[in-house]
Design a protein around this ligand. Sequence first.
Ligand SMILES: Nc1ncnc2c1ncn2[C@@H]1O[C@H](COP(=O)(O)OP(=O)(O)OP(=O)(O)O)[C@@H](O)[C@H]1O
Ligand code: SF4
Ligand SMILES: [Mg+2]
Length: 343
Amino acid sequence: MNSDNQTPLLAVRQLRVHYRGRRWLPWQPAPTLRAIDDLNFNLHRGEILGVVGESGSGKSTLARVLVGLQGITAGSVRFEGRELKGLHKRDWRALRRDVQLVFQDPLASLNPRHKIGRSIGEPLKALYPEMSREERRDRVREMLEQVGLDGVDAERYPHEFSGGQCQRVAIARALIVRPKLLICDEPVSALDVSVQAQIVNLLRELQRRYDLAILFIAHDLAVVRHISDRVLVMYFGKLMEQADREALFSTPRHPYTRALLAAIPGHEAFRGFRARDGELPSPYAPPVGCLFVSRCPMADEQCTRRPPHYRRYADGAVALCHYASEFGRDGIVDLETAALAMR
Ligand SMILES: Nc1ncnc2c1ncn2[C@@H]1O[C@H](COP(=O)(O)OP(=O)(O)OP(=O)(O)O)[C@@H](O)[C@H]1O
Ligand code: SF4
Ligand SMILES: [Mg+2]
């Protein structure tokens, strides 16, 4: 991680993203779906931040907010100190040089009728129109080699590549403009396990080479473990826990993190923390108390009645649970406001 931690590359404060749901009857108000609710975190230069959570926890919504594909309902998102809320279209264009996105399905993001050299060169053409054709061609070839492909692959079509190779192409296309932040939305979920490891290793290597910051989204803790410096655990739009990678895997504080760990091989110690088969909370009408109450093996009456506050641990981890202190009393403090729930 870069030592300049004064201004985070990305600072997210009290972020809310609400969608308008479908109205069942014409005279009823449209319900509000809380995709992200009061989210706070920092992402530092050169850091890899894992974001993990089950389906519907708001991960892709967060990715879309950060590239301007989704509006912000409330709160603030600052990139290098610059507020993204209400940013003009023209300014988003400039920001595209600095923030790039890689999707889960690489084939869907490549035009099947274009040779991949052309697809990889497109962002350069759009964002650096002054660049000559020859320069662009050289950059594409160089980038193909950086992601472990061959320069001559520029002349091939997407259907001629395997899933893993296509994801390498998508990574090359995102990195060709030398962004400061790469957002990877489940980049390995559609790949075989062996290929997943190769892509994760490639991203790690590229992160070091370019001193990139990466927001790496996955629904599986096992995947984020190999790549992240720090991890955010989300559940139905709320941050449940945030911790450095080692702390999260050795001493997970939140029962939800423990439940996620219990579901992956090699973490038998957390077997007693498996999530119960309770109903999932409704994103339209979240419960009064804790969001995880219906599935938490530790839930009691207090959890049903009162929402928990964030607590911070001596090692910087933060958890949203009434019983956070039972998972390590050392240095624990109640946070006055959720705005402090970040590193
Ligand atoms: N455009 C939209 N309009 C209305 N609701 C949406 C929209 N996009 C997402 N949602 C809802 O917002 C919530 C969060 O969705 P999101 O796609 O961000 O979750 P996710 O964590 O990426 O899930 P997954 O792991 O399945 O990709 C879900 O309840 C989803 O149905
Ligand atoms: S507040 Fe209660 S229900 Fe929520 S995670 Fe903690 S123990 Fe479980
Ligand atoms: Mg998603």
